[in-house]
Design a protein around this ligand. Sequence first.
Ligand code: GLA
Length: 371
Amino acid sequence: MIRPAALTLSMLLMTSIAAAAPPQPERFGQTADGQAVHRFTLKNAKGVVAKIITRGATLTELHVPDKSGQTADVVLGFDDVAGYESEGNQYFGCTAGRVANRIAKGRFTLDGKDYQLAINNEPNALHGGVKRSFDKVVWQGVGVETPHGPGVRFAYVSPDGEEGYPGKLTSVVTYSLNDKGELRIEYEATTEGATPINLTNHSYFNLAGEGSATVLDHTLQVAASKYTPTDDTLIPTGAIESVEGTPLDFRKATRIGDRIEELTETANLGYDHNLVLDGTAGELRKIATLKDPASGRTLTVHTTEPGVQFYSGNFLMGQTGKGGKAYPHRSAICLETQHFPDSVNHPQFPNTVLRPGQTYRHTCVYTVSAE
Ligand code: GLA
């Protein structure tokens, strides 16, 4: 006969063994130049499943049940590494860096020295460069138990001078998923030489399921009273203006399609704006709620960052994604929590320069649910 005390002890032991087994990598494929790419799967008790690969520390799948329990994958992506290496990949799900978003003419001056980055978004530098930007390199990944649930920790050491940036930079990105549906992304970085840094996640969400025709029926609410107006190359003028009376006012939940046409003829081609978030940067606060009324799926976003780039997939062009599905114009949106674009050239914007001895930290939590 098993005594109750013994049973309790062995059950406890089993629980702790189960809880301590971190997610294991599986082979996802290899890059064109022969590097192995691995994938980690995070699951919660509510049927949410997130898959993340080592190339670009990229979120490739996020399965979420709707209000009737029907599950769909709500992020755009590809079935294999070749897809991620193809022209059709517009930063789907990746970790963008070393500096996400734009730097005017790819130029900046730091501590009296001038730097020139590659121009990959005429006439500017975008999302960290051409060949060795953070979305394209293979990170080292390891499954971990975090205080926020099972997770995967990715590390990448970017050498001094890579993609034209100064300073050897060590970045660590940790994804975790818990039973509240919180997909938490924590960024940390340290450097051996002063460098600008701005890391973000570039997931494209369609809460009706990736491959659905449009995202214009989703409603969005963003706690942002201000935004950074830009020139016609999407570089901030330096001003910070009120969203009042503009199509960027999402302080009340609004259908994305309601006012987007007012922006189609602008340089932004739709929504492609940095919103200045209310509240105190550095504190984790709820900044956005995205809803698909038909499925009831909801995404809320919390961040410690001062801004969010709200991008409505204006460059999506019907490329073929997962399972042969097409991703048409405006069929997904990105909510990229980050510092403001071109901050390194705007001393009045929150600082993006990281120096030796300092630690860069950024938390973004994407919480999925259905109601
Ligand atoms: C960001 C930019 C957009 C576009 C996408 C990637 O969100 O702001 O203009 O370049 O990345 O296609």
